[in-house]
Write a protein that binds this ligand. Structure first.
Ligand code: NAD
Length: 311
């Protein structure tokens, strides 16, 4: 029997590449820069049984149309928005991703961003390091201990943020209409039945839902008005869940004391309105960027693709 031909068009961690290379029934083409040359991908794709990408390779209808042998597309990461899922499913091509590989990375980034926002660490850092100022009074923060953390979306990341927040002596409440009450109870977290209750009771609010029609603009001016004055807001999930213009205005007015945002409605977000807001800690979508998570993702996706090829 011939070998399965696997094409990897973007960089994935060595552990995943080594795993694929070591399979006797796999012939691997690893070209981490290939995603920049879409025409070349179109040219060679008919030979391949499997394609592994990150978010940079547009897996379009045109590409899938040419991919006569393709059985599986593996997305090394979570979001599959670069893949035409409908066109793939019409052709019976399986699309797999690795949603669990970066859970801890995103959880830890959330904790870091929470403390950074509560204590305005990046502003103090900039003041001392870049402006050579010693402004001890200017950077007055709030403590996490004793505060109520409201988690919207109590899935893999949300629940792990909850566990860590409890270790900081926070009271944790969560809103997630799709999980079993026992899951929250087991972790000592109170599940509230409506979003308004969470908005009213929380000192810090963090969103951990996917971006769907239901969650887009879940937090707008209307919701922010219901929150406590001086609330801290975090979005490490997906841009657009919290309305950016409304968050900007609430930071300017002081209704929201501070915010931390890793994800934006349009990325790269180098001219996003939030970059001009006061008291905001921003990072360029690096929630999943740890060595460990990239290794996990690469190994998970390699195994998923192998399983799909071998049926
Ligand atoms: P998950 O599927 O395990 O959890 C999502 C939770 O949201 C589920 O429990 C679901 O029931 C809940 N939910 C869905 N719709 C809801 C609604 N309308 N109201 C309240 N809850 C709702 O996903 P996860 O792995 O925890 O990831 C959560 C988010 O984090 C995703 O958007 C993911 O893309 C994002 N993420 C971001 C980064 C980053 O780099 N910043 C890294 C990993 C994941």
């Amino acid at each position: 029997m011939g070998k399965f031909k696997v094409l990897v068009t973007e960089h994935i961690a060595d552990a995943g590449i080594e795993l694929l290379k070591s399979q006797p029934d796999v012939e691997l083409t690893y070209d981490p820069e290939l995603f920049r040359n879409f025409d070349r991908i179109l040219q060679i794709i008919p030979e391949y049984d499997a394609l592994i990408t990150r978010s940079g390779t547009p897996v379009t209808e045109e590409l899938l149309e040419r991919a006569k042998r393709l059985k599986v597309v593996g997305r090394a990461g979570v979001g599959v928005d670069n893949i035409d899922l409908e066109a793939a499913s019409r052709r019976g091509i399986l699309v797999v991703n690795a949603p669990t590989g970066n859970t801890l990375a995103a959880t830890e980034h959330t904790m870091g961003m929470m403390i950074a926002a509560a204590r305005l660490i990046p502003y103090a850092h900039k003041s001392l390091k870049e402006e050579r100022k010693w402004e001890r009074k200017k950077f007055m923060g709030v403590e996490l201990a004793g505060k109520t953390l409201g988690i919207i979306g109590f899935g893999r990341i949300g629940s792990r943020v909850g566990i860590r927040a409890k270790a900081f002596d926070m009271k944790v409440i969560a809103y997630d209409p799709y999980i079993k009450r026992e899951k929250a109870e087991r972790l000592g977290v109170e599940l509230v039945d409506d979003l308004d209750e969470l908005l009213k009771r929380s000192d810090i609010i963090t969103v951990h839902t996917p971006l769907t029609d239901e969650t887009r603009n879940m937090i707008t001016k209307r919701e922010i008005e219901k929150m406590k004055d001086g609330v801290i807001l975090l979005n490490i999930a997906r841009g657009g869940i919290i309305n950016e213009k409304d968050l900007y205005e609430a930071l300017v007015s002081g209704k929201v004391r501070a915010a931390a945002v890793d994800v934006f409605s349009k990325e790269p977000a180098t001219d996003n309105i939030l970059l001009d807001a006061p008291n905001i800690v921003v990072t360029p979508h690096i929630g999943a960027n740890t060595f460990e998570s990239q290794t996990n993702v690469a190994v998970i996706i390699a195994n998923q693709v192998l399983a799909a090829l071998r049926g």
